[in-house]
Design a protein around this ligand. Structure first.
Ligand code: ADP
Ligand code: ZN
Ligand code: ZN
Length: 741
């Protein structure tokens, strides 16, 4: 081929198209999916580009075609499959092809090379010569003695260990006794999750076997439909995944397993490494770029068969990909919030279509959209109704209004207090869950009502007791805790609202002998922080684990028999159409941490809204009834899955400018909405109306036709850009985001 079709690695809609370059003779080895450097633009600056195709003919002046400059890597960084996937992502998530390719691309780290010395075994009578020199006891002999022991070590190591300069090494090379080569430095990295204790498959229960059979049938079918496994917590879903993967590997296939977040689900990850050992690799954010690249190469070379990781593990370059498993499919982490804003679930389905592979979703509380798809036969539904140990925890909903009426002002209801106490006596463990970190979430003056708030953000400060400081959870700004009110000078500063630190303090006060651990963003910043806390708890070094949603997922501690939810209302009133769903999911996940082994479990949900449907159905452990209720609300309000919602958010330091321009956009949209296909909400300030000195306003557009909605929004935004100067405004658009803005 004469020419290469190249995407320039620049994030700009104006250059989001193919550019043709000539392949010079010396680069004729270039392959599809390789990175290249090319001259670009009028000034011919050097840019990175990606080869996504070739051609022999062009329909424009050949003399204008520039040459590719160079190729930085030895191998392609994209397969044909990944290029196709990137093209799909561009359309689906209205982004640039270069951004989609960058998102898929491994973090390339060039091999470091070093000079290695070897004994030249082809030299006649080499060992006799070596022995002669060693006997002479000079500088050269030190080098040879070392190489005699460890053949093939770096010159640096020789100089350090043998305490010699360069010259004896050089002389030996000159004489031909040793040879020196440039070689890649080996980077062995420690797989945190590796274990040599191999686990043996359980004999599946009837329900598990049914699920495994459905997966195997799916794998062998030509017309693959994604499978949704809806199974209560502790029903043995992980074992189903393991046995499905076993089948895939036996037939020479490869598997990708997505988990919401590696550090929060170490036990799940360990179950994969225990079963498949060195066939598995794990990618996670604590790994360095080179470690991740190492795993990418292993996958590409077929040295591993299973990749476990967060959503980005989707782009593992397996040639024989046969299955993608997405565990806890309802989790928000499967949606990316940076460009391209892809949803790992949809992207997995598309990738499986390209590769003729099977997508399997699993959850105890499937997202409303996925369950809707399953009921409408877009997915195959497998339901598992029984826990492996048959028992499900008793869930008690405690009405905190009544506690207050009876004079209990503590953050613990009497029932939860007694349960913690009894559990301590029985030497069993307790988990206390509160989705808010810090000590007090609201600091205000009792004389004038002034509330301490961050000056960069429209957010109240949270009081952190360990540092005795006020902290903004949005920009991280801290301030000393004021001794007098900044507004009126009064000394009566009061703390309201509870965070995990306060729960910990209260436990210390009420149960001085209890050993507590706290797991939230503040205690897990250090590398491996999660693992250390979880290990301590699982070793029985603590009686009570207090934490945010970090402790809600995937943990399996057999000795935990009481779970307390301190305030179930926190996720109920955030004005999001998903808040009912999120609350139900969170409560079910947290409850699932109790009574996983022989000991029976008791869960206490404290709330001021005991009659809210998401709390009532979580108490009854009844997903189906919850779904029916939720889907009827969605239908009535025309929310997803009955519509698509676009959030358009303008941010900038000039509040007036963002508001006027958002109103202009709104006018344009109203003007073009002649058939009334689209429905609007706003403009209105975002829930957090200022972050890091940037004001934030939103406009919401709804429609039942996603394609039309997408082109409408993009068309109107372009009209706005053509007619007005948007400098200083950052425009953020997001389709069906996982949270409200
Ligand atoms: P889930 O992933 O659905 O929450 P798990 O896979 O964690 O459930 O299973 C719950 C517990 O039951 C685990 O401790 C697991 O080792 C055990 N288990 C799973 N399948 C079986 C089986 N067929 N027989 C016995 N124990 C099993
Ligand atoms: Zn005051
Ligand atoms: Zn702030």
């Amino acid at each position: 081929m004469k020419y290469a079709e190249i995407i320039i690695a620049v994030s700009n809609k104006n250059v989001d198209r193919i550019f043709t370059y000539r392949i010079p003779e010396k680069l004729s080895y270039v392959k599809l999916g390789m990175r290249v450097y090319v001259p670009f633009g009028a000034g011919n600056r050097k840019y990175e580009g990606y080869i996504i195709g070739f051609c022999n003919e062009v329909n424009f002046d050949k003399n204008k075609i520039k040459d590719i400059l160079s190729i930085p890597d030895k191998y392609p960084v994209f397969s044909e499959t990944m290029i196709e996937l990137a093209k799909w992502m561009r359309e689906k998530y209205y982004s640039n092809l270069s951004d989609c390719l960058k998102c898929i691309m491994p973090s390339i780290v060039h091999e470091k090379t070093a000079k290695y010395a070897y004994i030249n075994k082809d030299f006649p009578n080499i060992y006799k010569i070596i022995n002669d020199i060693i006997d002479k006891n000079n500088q050269q002999s030190k080098v040879l003695a070392l190489l005699n022991k460890y053949d093939g070590i770096t010159l640096n190591e020789i100089k350090i260990v043998a305490e010699v300069s360069d010259s004896p090494i050089k002389s030996l090379e000159k004489k031909g006794i040793i040879k020196i080569y440039d070689r890649e430095v080996k980077r062995e990295f420690e797989n945190l999750y590796y274990t040599d204790k191999k686990s043996i498959p359980f004999t599946p229960t009837k329900e598990q076997q049914n699920a495994i059979n459905t997966i195997i049938k799916g794998l062998n079918s030509d017309n693959k439909k994604p499978i949704l496994i809806h199974g209560v917590t502790g029903c043995g879903k992980t074992e189903i995944y393991l046995q499905a993967i076993e089948y895939v590997i036996k037939s020479g296939g490869q598997a990708i397993v997505l988990v919401p977040e590696i550090s929060l689900t170490p036990q799940t990850v360990l179950r994969f490494t225990k079963r498949f050992q060195d066939k598995v690799s794990v990618t996670h954010s604590a790994m360095s770029r080179s470690e991740r690249f190492e795993q990418w190469k292993k996958a590409k070379n077929g040295e591993i068969s299973i990749m476990v990781g967060p959503r980005s593990a989707l782009f593992t370059p397996f040639e024989n990909l046969k299955i993608i498993i997405i565990d806890e499919e309802h989790e928000n982490t499967y949606k990316s919030d940076s460009t391209p804003k892809y949803d790992a679930r949809d992207t997995a389905i598309r990738l499986c279509e390209i590769k003729n592979a099977l997508t399997v979703f699993g959850s105890a509380t499937p997202s409303i959209e996925s369950y809707y798809n399953a009921l409408n036969k877009k997915y195959e539904l497998v339901s598992i109704k029984n826990r492996i140990n048959k028992s499900y925890p008793n869930i008690t909903v405690v009405d905190m209004r009544q506690e207050l009426a009876s004079g209990n002002r503590s953050i613990f209801s009497r029932e939860l207090f007694n349960a913690i106490k009894n559990n301590l006596d029985k030497k069993q463990q307790t988990i206390l869950f509160l989705n808010r970190r810090g000590h007090s979430t609201f600091v205000s003056c009792r004389s004038c009502g002034y509330v301490m708030a961050c000056s960069n953000c429209n957010v109240n400060y949270t009081y952190h007791i360990s540092s005795n400081k006020l902290m903004c959870h949005y920009c991280g700004k801290t301030e000393n805790n004021p001794s007098v009110c900044p507004q009126c000078g009064s000394k009566y500063i009061k703390f309201f609202g509870i965070g995990t630190q306060k729960v910990e303090k209260e436990i210390e006060k009420l149960f001085p002998n209890a050993r507590t651990l706290r797991m939230d963003l503040d205690t897990t910043r250090k590398k491996n922080g999660h693992n250390i806390i979880l290990k301590k708890f699982s070793n029985g070094d603590a009686d009570i684990l207090i934490g945010t949603q970090m402790i809600a997922k995937g943990l399996d501690f057999p000795n935990v028999s009481v779970v307390g939810v301190i305030a179930a209302d926190l996720s109920l009133n955030n004005g999001d159409y998903k808040c009912g769903e999120n609350t139900f999911q969170l409560l079910t996940q947290v409850s699932g941490r109790a009574g996983r082994a022989e000991v029976s479990g008791n869960v206490y949900i404290q709330t001021y809204n005991p009659e809210h449907y998401s709390i009532v159905f979580a108490k009854d452990n009844n997903y189906i009834e919850f779904y029916k209720h939720e889907i009827s609300i969605r239908r009535q309000m025309v929310y997803p899955p009955f519509s698509s919602i676009f959030f358009i958010v303008f941010t900038g330091v000039d509040e007036k400018k963002i508001i006027t321009n958002l109103y202009k956009l709104s006018d344009i949209m109203l003007n073009y909405n002649r058939k009334g296909l689209f429905e609007f909400l706003g403009p209105a300030p975002c829930m957090i109306s200022k972050i890091r000195k940037n004001y934030r306003w939103k406009l919401i557009v709804k429609s039942s036709d996603e394609e039309k909605l997408k082109s409408f929004v993009i068309y109107c935004l372009n009209k706005l850009k053509e007619n007005y100067n948007l400098i200083g405004i950052s425009v953020n658009i997001s389709l069906n985001p996982s949270y409200s803005y």
